[in-house]
Design a binder for this molecule. Structure first.
Ligand code: F6R
Length: 244
């Protein structure tokens, strides 16, 4: 596990974008695992800038997103599909057929989960997975539990996640109660993982996840066992860890 501490969110985002750039340059048809939420927004902006400056080409890139709310259509402004189009995909030259996000409107949950897992496998697995981390240590929508989930599945969202995500909705009641999410096993199979976190509010969970024992009650802690993971923090998110 490698930890990079950056001055601020801006520098963190450039660092993450540059690592993603290196991945794309070394393999132009990379499979990128992508996240939504606040953390990666500026990383996406930086990647869009690189694209606009002709320094990156996404024409052969395949993407697989971590998760999607159950019950939201693609054109719902709170769906993760909409988020990804607005903040990233509409601004680069990725092909629509190469974009993969769980279908929030799928009627058969189990079938959708199996198909998504199969899709990732058929692409040859994830080359680089970008992650954020929830205040309770969740990655994707893998909430604290008694065991680490293996594959893509449909979850009930925890109260704390519903609360945290309600900032994007008009009222807390509008936040969907369920979501499709890659499992911890799906994420762990990625060849390379980058987790980004910024802000004082993430400091406590960063310490718990990466400087305490691996524990399914803090799902992100499993990343301590991954052979190629880079944690990129700003000084605020790193403020509770001892720096040597
Ligand atoms: C998003 C996702 C979530 C977020 C996490 C942190 O696709 O899977 O696990 O990464 O909730 O969210 P932010 O970045 O908004 O703090």
């Amino acid at each position: 596990m490698k930890i990079i501490i950056c001055k601020n969110y801006e520098e963190l985002s450039s660092t993450a974008a540059n690592l993603i750039k290196d991945q794309i340059i070394s393999k132009k048809d990379s499979v990128l695992g992508l996240a939504t939420g606040s953390s990666p927004l500026k990383t996406y902006e930086k990647l869009v800038d690189l694209y606009k400056n002709n320094l990156l080409d996404f024409s052969e890139i395949k993407s697989v997103n971590l998760d999607e709310y159950k019950g939201l259509t693609k054109d719902n402004t709170n769906s993760y599909y909409f988020f990804m189009k607005e903040n990233f995909f509409n601004k680069i030259n990725i092909k629509e057929e190469n974009i993969n996000i769980p279908n929030g409107m799928a009627l058969d949950e189990l079938e959708e989960c199996e198909n998504y897992e199969e899709k990732i496998n058929s692409l040859g697995g994830i080359d680089l997975q970008l992650l954020g981390i929830g205040h309770n240590g969740h990655i994707a929508f893998n909430e604290p539990a008694s065991h680490f989930s293996k594959k893509t599945h449909c979850v009930e969202l925890s109260e704390s996640t519903i609360k945290a995500n309600s900032r994007f909705f008009e009222t807390e009641d509008e936040v969907p109660k369920k979501a499709f999410t890659m499992g911890i096993g799906t994420i762990f199979k990625a060849k390379k993982i980058i987790l980004i976190a910024s802000g004082k509010d993430k400091a406590k969970i960063i310490k718990e996840a990466f400087f305490s024992e691996v524990n399914p009650n803090v799902p992100a802690s499993i990343l301590q066992f991954h052979k190629d993971v880079i944690i990129i923090l700003d000084e605020d998110a790193a403020s509770l860890i001892n720096k040597f």
